[in-house]
Design a protein around this ligand. Structure first.
Ligand code: AN7
Length: 352
């Protein structure tokens, strides 16, 4: 059987949906990549759930195939979201695939990675930048969708979480059980909520036996859950998680507490360090926000958090592809060298 996309693969765990309503780009079924380098650094058995390999390059496609399919089933004509970039890219692509829906996205001016803006534009979404941040954008979207016949496709739409929980199913299907730990970046906190729901549902169905400790990581300049209060002006190089008042705040705390895990923060320097380590030593290029999961794992490892868990299995979700944000990659590494157009100059540069 050829792969049929998220909804048809995990249908019995998802809300009912008519076959003709399904809007899919054959998303998900992303690889779980073992990292020998990170395993050596931590003494753990490290796997990377590489969500950058989804059709629009991020995990958002999981929730979006569900949300857009349900919107189609409900005869919606317009869908709308606020976004730090990836949600808008995904919503725009799935609305395009639906053939029946328009997409409107509200984004914070100047704080969207270049690739994500390109995606929303090329898929023909109506892109509106506001002179404000993501939290302001989400408030506007809520007001519009409360009062007009426009379907909200941010993760406060419960179908988004339903789609995203399947990432936990895929992890268990590959490993044969849940991992001991699951590390994940936290922005609006929908994804940590979704993974925890997925792990619990698989355990309740008797497919997995374990529940992982959930380890969530916010950027230090945008860490409302860690500080215990909203952050009015969140700042981080990881623009995807530049969020000061997460919509799924309570659910993220529940995932943390029920699993016996934690939600901590990592600095931009730690994020960039993990981002470079991943690319240079495992060969995986993710966007900066995604590297927060690995930065957090490395931080905890250095602090001795895993001392009694040598060899335990940990999955780090890499939420988005590195190509989303080429500017950060080039800035992090400096410019390539340029030499004259001849063999000698090239050999000299290589050191041969
Ligand atoms: C790469 O696109 O919120 O904690 O509007 O793009 O579920 O919000 C993106 C979030 C992590 C955080 N990594 O996930 C948006 C948006 C990447 C992301 C997150 C996002 P949540």
């Amino acid at each position: 059987m050829p792969y049929e996309g998220l909804i048809r693969t995990y249908r019995k765990y998802l809300p009912e949906i008519k076959d003709e309503s399904i809007v899919t780009l054959l998303e998900c079924n992303t690889p779980l990549i073992p990292s020998e380098d990170l395993s050596r650094r931590t003494g753990l058995n490290v796997y990377l759930k590489y969500e950058g390999l989804n059709p629009t390059g991020s995990f958002k496609d999981r929730g979006m195939t569900m949300a857009i399919s349900m919107a189609k089933e409900n005869n919606a004509k317009v869908v709308m979201c606020a976004s730090t970039g990836n949600t808008s890219a995904s919503a725009a692509a799935y609305a395009a695939k639906s053939g029946t829906m328009e997409c409107v996205v509200i984004i914070p001016e100047g704080n969207i990675a270049l690739g994500k803006l390109a995606q929303a534009m090329i898929h023909k979404a109506k892109v509106i930048q506001i002179r404000g941040n993501f939290d302001d954008a989400l408030n506007i979207v809520k007001e519009v969708t409360d009062s007009y016949p426009v379907e909200l496709v941010n993760s406060i739409n419960p179908y988004r979480i339903e789609g995203q929980k399947t990432a936990a199913f895929e992890v268990c299907d590959v490993l044969g059980d849940a991992p001991h730990f699951h590390a994940i970046p936290v922005g609006n906190a929908g994804n940590i909520t979704a993974y925890w729901k997925g792990y619990n549902e698989y355990e309740a169905a008797g497919i997995s036996e374990r529940l992982p400790k959930m380890l969530g990581f916010q950027a230090a300049g945008a860490a409302p859950i860690v500080h215990g209060h909203p952050i009015e002006k969140p700042e981080t190089i990881a623009t995807a998680i530049r969020i000061g008042n997460p919509a799924s705040w309570k659910q993220a705390e529940a995932a943390r507490d029920e699993s016996g895990g934690l939600i901590d923060m990592v600095t931009d320097e730690e994020i960039l360090e993990a981002y470079k380590i991943l690319a240079a030593h495992t060969g995986v290029f993710c966007e900066p926000a995604s590297a927060a999961s690995v930065a957090g794992m490395l931080k905890l490892s250095e602090a001795g958090y895993f001392e009694d868990d040598r060899g335990a299995t940990i999955v780090c979700t890499l939420t988005g592809h590195g190509l989303k944000d080429p500017n950060t990659a080039i800035k992090a590494i400096a410019e390539p060298v340029t030499v004259d157009n001849n063999l000698m100059a090239v050999l000299k540069e290589i050191g041969l």
